[in-house]
Each structure stands twice: as C-alpha cells, then as structure tokens.
Design a protein around this ligand. Structure first.
Ligand SMILES: Cc1cc2nc3c(=O)[nH]c(=O)nc-3n(C[C@H](O)[C@H](O)[C@H](O)COP(=O)(O)O)c2cc1C
Length: 241
C-alpha cells in the first residue's frame, strides 16, 4: 500500500470484538459515535433507518433471551439498527400520496442506508479505543426482537452493534485475495481453486482456535438449505413485503 494515514491505518486494523471489560461508554460518547454514523451518505437523504440504543441490562437480557450471544449481554451499549419506512409513510401521507413501500427496493434502500451508517459508528468507536461486533443473527428471531423493541409497521430489525471497551483484540482476519474480489473493468468469475486456497488461509488464521469446519463448509451451513423464514414473515407482518 502506498498511501497511508491515521484513518486508513485504523480501518485496516479492524477486528470484531466480542469480549468487553466492565468499562461503560458515556452517553455523550455514544451520541458522538451515532452522530458520526448519521453523517454517512444515504439514499436521497431519506435516512431510512433508526437506531435503538439499548443500555439497560434488562433490555439487553430481553434480546439475549432470543439471540443468546454473550456480546449482547456483556457489552456497554447494544445499538440496534432498524430499517425504517415508518417516517416515509408520514411524509407521503402529509403530501396526500399513496404509500407503497412493499418490495425489495425499499428493503435494499433502508438496509444499505443503515449499514453505511453502522460502519461509520463502529469505526468512530474504534478510533476512540472502543470496539464492537455487528450481530445480524437477531434476524433469526425478527418478530420477537421487533416486539421487544416495540417496532411499528414499516420497520424491521437489521442487526445490532455490541459496543464496549475490548477485553482483548483478535488478530486482523485475512480477507480473500484482492484479485478474487476486485476486477478491472468487468467481472471475472472465480474458480473453486480460489475457495480452496482461502480455506487454507482461514485455517492458518484460526490456528489453535479452529472449530473443525472450513470457511467454505460454513457457506454450506448458510446456503445449503432454505433460509430461515423469520425475516420474511416479519417483513410481511410489518407491511414491507
Ligand atoms: C451484518 C453483519 C452481521 C454480523 N453478525 C454477526 C453475529 O450475529 N455474530 C457474530 O459473532 N458476528 C457477526 N458479524 C461479524 C462477522 O462475523 C465479522 O465481521 C467477520 O467474520 C469478519 O471478521 P472481523 O470483523 O473481525 O474482521 C456480523 C457482521 C456483519 C457485517
């Protein structure tokens, strides 16, 4: 890499943090991180997402009850990113329009907006010596999590970020080779060889922490079966599909 500065170095050092010390972020710091997140680009400046700041142990436990990942319970703050067309409904009604949010495009708009903001929040946290992990598996209990958070029609939970002071930092996780992901001018379909090679890279990275499955076998866990219907059912209930 030729060009380097503090920002790029910070980005290159990213690792997800799942173990936190007891230290809590102040409300002021959390607000600063979220404002940094909200400064991100978003579709037509519609800002089609909301963020629920979960700070109380009671509410963390309520989410953990459905999605038992330790980071949710042990973090300082759990920020839930919500795809949000609810304010759009109000704006359309204000103008006497016919609100038609159901469909894939609204979901892409709101989920991309939320994701762009979320990455900004996480990077801002990392820049202050905090860390965190995004937790998307809350979508496996989409309806239950929506109830816990009191989410209205035209909204849906996307993922949370568990934030806190890192108890320890993992080594940076190697990505796929640049050439397997970034193509000059036109798409270049990759061979199974690339996958095989990356399985080895991931095994080496995991070392003693290997969990007995390869990177590509985890693709089977994800895509070797029909998807969990939880999000689809909840999106229908919330009038977004
Ligand atoms: C949208 C999204 C959802 C994620 N959901 C989870 C999750 O539910 N549990 C978890 O432990 N990690 C989750 N992760 C973290 C990824 O596993 C992690 O970013 C990836 O393995 C790369 O590792 P790194 O962030 O340490 O570089 C999620 C990441 C993203 C972007």
């Amino acid at each position: 890499m030729t060009e380097q500065n503090e920002t790029i170095n910070l980005m290159m050092k990213h690792t997800s943090v799942r173990n936190f010390t007891e230290e809590k972020l102040s409300d002021e710091t959390v607000k600063t991180l979220i404002e940094a997140g909200r400064a991100a680009s978003n579709w037509k400046n519609f800002q089609s997402y909301s963020i629920i700041v979960v700070k109380s142990q009671e509410q963390k436990e309520a989410i953990f009850h459905y999605q038992p990942q330790k980071a949710i319970k042990n973090c300082s703050h759990y920020l839930v990113f919500v795809g949000d067309m609810n304010r759009a409904e109000k704006g359309v009604a204000l103008n006497g329009g016919d609100f038609q949010p159901a469909g894939i495009e609204s979901l892409l708009i709101s989920s991309v907006d939320a994701s762009v903001a979320a990455e900004n929040v996480l990077l801002a946290a990392e820049s202050l010596g905090y860390g965190g992990v995004m937790i998307g598996l809350i979508r496996d209990q989409s309806e239950e999590i929506s109830d816990v958070l009191n989410l209205p029609n035209y909204t849906y939970p996307l993922f949370g970020i568990a934030l806190g002071k890192p108890a320890r930092l993992n080594d940076v996780k190697p990505r796929l080779p640049y050439e397997a992901v970034v193509f000059p001018e036109k798409y270049i379909e990759q061979s199974q060889e690339v996958i095989k090679e990356y399985d080895k890279v991931q095994d080496d990275y995991a070392g003693a922490r290997r969990i007995g499955s390869t990177w590509s076998s985890r693709l089977v866990d994800q895509w070797g079966q029909a998807e969990n219907p939880s999000s689809t059912e909840n999106l229908k209930k919330k009038k977004l599909l």
